[in-house]
Design a protein around this ligand. Sequence first.
Ligand code: BDP
Length: 327
Amino acid sequence: MYHKFSKTVFGAATALALVATAATADDWRAWNIHNDGHPNTAAMDRFAELAKEKTGGEVTIEVFHGGVLGSQPDALEQVQLGAIDIGNFNLGPIGPLVKEANLVSLPFIFRDVPHMFRVLDGPAGEKIAGAMSEAGLVPIGWFDAGARSFYNNSGPINSPADVEGMKIRVMNNDLFTGMVNAMGGNGTPMAFGEVYQALSTGVVDGAENNLPSFQSVGHYEVSGYYSLSEHLIIPECICVNAAKFDALSPEMQAALTAAAEEASLYQRELWAEQTAASRTAVEEAGVKINLIADKGPFQEAMAPVYENYLAANPDMAELVELAQSTE
Ligand code: BDP
């Protein structure tokens, strides 16, 4: 029956549909560094489904996995600018952009993952989230990223002295370079996607990460030892470009946040399962998991890292104190 429509009517209907589309539906691009098989990839896919469902289709998200939209520092900048709408980011590389976020990147600041979440759920977390939002990155969900430990080929790491002289890849943040340097090593920032090659060619002697990421990108294939130093317990966020988030109605903001929170709970379940599974898998592949009997010397070696951080950011002392005094 379409031939009965006059060109004008058809044209007007099309124009109306376009206006309606522009006014209601919004296609967002999401950044994710991980590939299939990593818990965050499944969680980000789930988040996209939930966002569509809970916003009644007003926000639809296409997740680009595997870091195809760029390295993490670049993607963070893109989300701040609004060129990418949303992403799953580690708070480590956010530290250089938001000094409050650096609290979670201080080595050994948290006793364990539950302690980290208690701090994040309290006033310190509120302050960090507020500062991130002001910097254009609104956190609407928090992922578990476990604890990061060192891995290398030359032998187990049991004390800071074992790190001496080693070139260790770290994420982009002066705190991490400082951390390795404080042990007498050479902290080397590098994009995640370049680490496999750097490890296999000896450009770096080692790196550090959690077990799921150590496994998922194959670093275990080129590392003989994974020593459980657990020096960093850094959360991750689902972070939205602030202008995009602010442009949503309060109902849509609540719906999107609810989607992120539900996806985060799902991620934390997957995380726990995958951490155990990855540990078994890498051990079966021949990696020696080294338990460190005494982490005290590592913690003591971090004194200059804290001193430098607090000297440069005296206003952060309160936040550090808040985290340390959280039960
Ligand atoms: C992984 C994080 C990812 C980081 C990566 C890294 O999930 O965001 O980019 O470590 O070491 O655990 O760069």
